[in-house]
Design a protein. Structure first.
Length: 368
């Protein structure tokens, strides 16, 4: 069992960053894969290091399987951590790097060999056991770093941006390998990244952080479809969600969003919760895949049609990005590969109003 509980966890540095982590509360279930994601400096790695015991806790508590571990040394927490820079000893072979922690704990030689060979087989690095780290590629070094953790058979694996130093193709491959590893080991994984694609594809649950605060904690699709605030909506998703500021207005018992150059009607189910914002500014957010070229839209009406100028057409093989301008705002539509409108010409677009989000201009919290 490896359940983690953070209670009112805080971290400040004397003479340095204050409130690097502020009042973090989080519960991680046994065998759950949780991804902490956010921009650089948001506090995600600091949280990970406090769980590992590598960072002193300013305030709050860290519990592992019902035991308060604030004062428990890192070596006694039964946690293994994989770092961004691999942290391999250059003068040691792969075998020696993977065995080093077990030797420090005085494991028998036969048990060390058994565990190293098992881990090497799982990770596909058996043929590299006699090599030095300098003879390996970035992806192979990352496997060795993971293998060094596996041999200890820890209750919790902590990963601090482990794929950031390898190329894009290898990152995709390593994400798959970590998925397989997690299913095979059946233990708790806590993974830190600033890459929202890694977060969406790897985690059972995503914890989005900003400025030391947890903004939202939920499964990937809830984070994507129901963001708690403007920051979460704009951080998760590629390309970023389109944000358009405008005013809500009522006409003929219907509520419209008025950008200045165009208007779109809110759907019936959304209108009641928006009544308090009539005649006020709000932020409309819509993802690129929820904007369609009217020529190819199956359902469209004047109430959700927007006229815009297509400034750039960016073909990406299976899909096309359209960079558009309308009124005071620019936005992106992600359309099918067959859709190639003429550049610098106006075109009609359809907003899927069942997929839009609205945020309060002042608080930036979700309204709908």
């Amino acid at each position: 069992m490896a359940r983690i509980r953070l209670k009112n966890l805080c971290k400040s540095y004397k003479g340095g960053v204050q409130n690097a982590v502020k009042d973090a509360n989080l519960e991680i279930a046994d065998k759950e894969f949780v991804v902490l994601v956010g921009p650089s400096g948001c506090g995600k790695s600091t949280v990970l290091r406090m769980i590992a015991g590598l960072e002193d806790i300013t305030a709050g508590e860290v519990w592992i399987d019902g035991t308060l571990v604030n004062d428990v040394p890192a070596k006694d927490r039964n946690i293994a951590m994989v770092f961004q820079n691999y942290a391999l000893y250059p003068h040691m072979t792969v075998f020696e790097n993977m065995a080093f922690g077990l030797k420090l704990r005085n494991y028998p030689k036969s048990e060390i060999e058994k565990r190293v060979n098992e881990a090497a087989e799982i990770l596909g690095i058996t043929r590299y056991l006699d090599r030095k780290p300098r003879q390996l590629s970035g992806g192979e070094r990352q496997r060795v770093a993971v293998g060094r953790s596996i041999v200890r058979k820890p209750a919790v694996f902590l990963f601090d941006e482990p794929l950031s130093n390898i190329d894009a193709k290898m990152r995709v491959q390593m994400r798959t390998e970590l998925h397989k590893l997690r299913l095979r080991l059946q233990t708790t994984f806590i993974y830190v990244t600033h890459d929202q694609t890694e977060a969406m594809t790897m985690g059972d649950r995503i914890v989005v952080m900003k400025d030391g605060l947890i903004q939202q904690s939920a499964d990937p699709m809830t984070i994507y479809d129901k963001p708690a605030n403007k920051f979460v909506a704009s951080f998760i998703g590629s390309p970023p969600i389109n944000l358009i500021k405008g005013r809500l207005m009522r006409r003929d018992k219907k509520i419209f969003f008025d950008e200045g150059k165009f208007q779109v009607k809110l759907i019936e189910d959304m209108s009641p919760s928006m009544l308090n914002y009539v005649d006020k500014e709000v932020i409309l957010a819509i993802r690129s895949e929820d904007i369609y070229d009217k020529l190819f839209a199956t359902e469209a009406s004047a109430d959700n049609t927007v006229r815009a100028t297509c400034e750039v057409v960016e073909p990406l093989g299976s899909e096309v990005y359209l960079y558009l301008s309308s009124g005071k705002h620019n936005f992106i539509a992600r359309v099918g590969a067959h859709d190639r409108p003429e550049v610098n010409r106006e075109m009609d677009l359809v907003f899927d109003m069942s997929k839009v989000h609205f945020f309060d201009v002042q608080t930036e919290e979700t309204i709908v």
